[in-house]
Design a protein around this ligand. Structure first.
Ligand SMILES: [Zn+2]
Length: 190
């Protein structure tokens, strides 16, 4: 209803009615502009960002392996579970699983240590690339609904249903897991 948030470079002229300027770790600024002064700024933890989840860029291998031990849910659902890992949204989960060669429907507990190690590396790669493309911090990975919003990776499987896999040319498949569209290559991912 009132006010808006703006992400800009620090040298950008400060607009009239800017009531708050937050420094982002990228060096850019998040500014709150509200001419009518009806807006309010508060800091809150939303359900999607449960404190239990671990930052995927910080997690060590042992802890990562433990997250999935004995878990019978599909690996894709486990990746989206914000109580396990924070900030891995639908697109990043699909892209990470593709790079790691793991099918989204595989039961988490059946995935080998080596594959999980590869998955951990893939998640970090994907998130780091996303950050390099314009994100600035963990909070930029996903918006309040758990969707990646700020910037787009070059997708290898996500949103490419029926198109040729970039590695082997097999058509990319789309299935639904826990209500979310999940994309994978039936040949590259086991
Ligand atoms: Zn393929």
């Amino acid at each position: 209803m009132t006010g808006r948030l703006q992400v800009c470079e620090p040298q950008t002229e400060v607009e009239k009615h800017t009531h708050a300027i937050l420094k982002l770790s990228s060096g850019r600024e998040l500014r709150f502009v509200d001419p009518r002064r009806f807006g309010r700024l508060s800091v809150a933890r939303t359900a999607g960002f449960d404190a239990e989840g671990i930052e995927p860029l910080e997690i060590d291998l042992d802890r990562f392996l433990r997250l999935f031990r004995g878990r019978k849910t599909p690996i894709k659902s486990a990746l989206l579970n914000q109580k396990l890992l924070r900030g891995v949204g639908n697109i990043y989960a699909d892209e990470s699983l593709f790079r790691a060669g793991i099918r989204p429907r595989r039961r988490a507990a059946t995935i080998t240590r080596d594959q999980l190690a590869r998955l951990r590396t893939s998640i970090k790669e994907v998130l780091n690339e996303a950050i390099a493309l314009g994100g600035s911090s963990i909070s930029d990975y996903v918006d309040a609904d758990g969707e990646e919003g700020f910037f787009q990776l070059q997708h290898r499987v996500y949103g490419r249903e029926g198109e040729a896999c970039l590695v082997c040319k097999t058509p990319v498949k789309r299935i639904v897991i826990a209500g979310r569209g999940s994309h994978y290559c039936p040949k590259c991912q086991k």
